[in-house]
Design a protein. Structure first.
Length: 173
């Protein structure tokens, strides 16, 4: 199976491989450098979804893939809590043009980090990398002291999207 992923991020590519391994899929995973077509730091679920969809569609156009995957993280303001959350969305497009979308676990982000993304016109990873003095860009690992990571969350987000394209009969009940 050939899977194109609209990113060159090793973290996201590892998450796709790990999800495939969970299903026992022997997949060749191909990184595709494609633009998201949204802000450097997406805000809101609509913009995050648009970025994931754009990446999947542009990836599909770059090669002969069984599945094209777009992964986009962004910040979502949950008004009832007064907090921003880092939320991933995975958009999958099959060769026969079926789609699947999955929304991942949101992790609360310190408002000082959110303010820096806006002020410095950078993404959350850039803020985290500067806090780590050039090291890791993973906000989840930074906040959890390495106990869990964005890669863990992405794998868990890819699994239901992959399940839907692998088993469409389960979703037509």
């Amino acid at each position: 199976m050939r899977i194109g992923v609209g990113t060159t991020s090793e973290l996201k590519l590892r998450a796709v491989r790990a999800a495939c391994n969970t299903f026992g899929i022997k997949a060749e995973v191909f990184p595709c450098e494609v633009p998201s077509g949204v802000s450097e730091q997406p805000f809101g679920l609509s913009e995050i979804l648009a970025g994931a969809r754009n990446r999947a569609e542009k990836t599909a156009a770059q090669g002969d893939f069984d599945y094209a995957v777009g992964i986009e993280n962004g910040l979502f303001f949950f008004a009832e809590t007064g907090k921003h959350f880092d939320v991933p969305i995975v958009y999958m497009l099959t060769k026969d043009l079926r789609t699947s979308v999955a929304l991942g676990t949101g992790v609360a982000i310190p408002e000082t980090w959110v303010e820096r993304t806006r002020r410095e016109k950078t993404d959350l990873g850039g803020v985290v990398q500067s806090l780590n003095k050039g090291g890791e860009k993973d906000p989840v690992a930074c906040l959890s002291g390495g106990r869990f990571s964005r890669e863990d969350i992405l794998k868990q987000t890819i699994l239901p999207a992959l399940n839907e394209v692998l088993h469409p009969e389960s979703y037509s009940v």
